[in-house]
Design a protein around this ligand. Sequence first.
Ligand code: NAP
Length: 266
Amino acid sequence: MDAYLDDSHVLITGASGGIGHKTTELFLREGAKVTAAYHTKPKELKKLNAQFPNKLLLARVDVREEHQVEELFDQGKAGFGRVDILVANAGVANHQGIGIHEMPLQQWNRTLAVNLTGVFLCAKHFFRNLDEHHADTAALVMIGSTAGVFGEAWYCDYAASKAAMHGLMMSLKNEIVHLAPRGRVNIVNPGWTMTPMAEMALQDEDMVKTILQTVPLRKTAVTEDIASAIVFLSSDRLAGHISGQSITVAGGMEGRVLFSWDEIDI
Ligand SMILES: NC(=O)c1ccc[n+]([C@@H]2O[C@H](COP(=O)([O-])OP(=O)(O)OC[C@H]3O[C@@H](n4cnc5c(N)ncnc54)[C@H](OP(=O)(O)O)[C@@H]3O)[C@@H](O)[C@H]2O)c1
């Protein structure tokens, strides 16, 4: 793919995770300069640093803390100038599902703090950077989930945090053009993808078979599938007339299997 991203400055959160790491690598291969933010695990990113020494800046952030997000943007701008593209990718999901009637408020608050407030804070400081440094183009790509599209029983905190991104996108696509006339805001919704977040579930063969019953391509995603959609939407050359759209990268998923045959009494 030639996304014509030479000299663009991309800031990506959750760059140390499965999808974030692959996306960082793809942006670097496309010639972009990348500020890659991790939270607790910089180890794998450091290996990329050796491959792209002048193009990659590593920074730590907890996206729940506004002063840390502000500092992240300051570090990025000090290294590579104006941030042209933000990929709001950091996210958390509980490994263990739990019904709403038993869900601790603490879990709800934590999920929303990272997945939604974290995106709000990063988008806020991205837009502030656009206000300070004018340019024609800019792109915000948020990482949602099929959980935000179809819901996800036993993970309602996660599904709600991802569904809320739609409201953010539909508002921000109309705000961004006042700061960057050809600025765009879109969402990539991954389906099940083999990363540390999903590996426990995807190691369960029965679970995978159940998932694939509504997926015509009959496979789960690899991180490249998601990364290439993110790079596509980030590129003004490839997706310059696409804004306010959610691209679901889930093999054509139609929804959820709710019951097995033996659970249905007709
Ligand atoms: N994998 C899937 O099946 C799937 C499906 C749909 C949507 N998604 C979404 O895709 C995105 C990437 O997920 P992934 O699958 O790559 O998961 P992952 O491998 O677990 O990566 C999650 C990333 O988020 C970072 N993070 C967690 N808490 C943070 C915080 N408080 N502040 C800043 N960063 C924080 C982690 O940083 P450290 O590792 O450095 O702590 C890590 O880089 C998430 O938004 C996720 O919801 C994933």
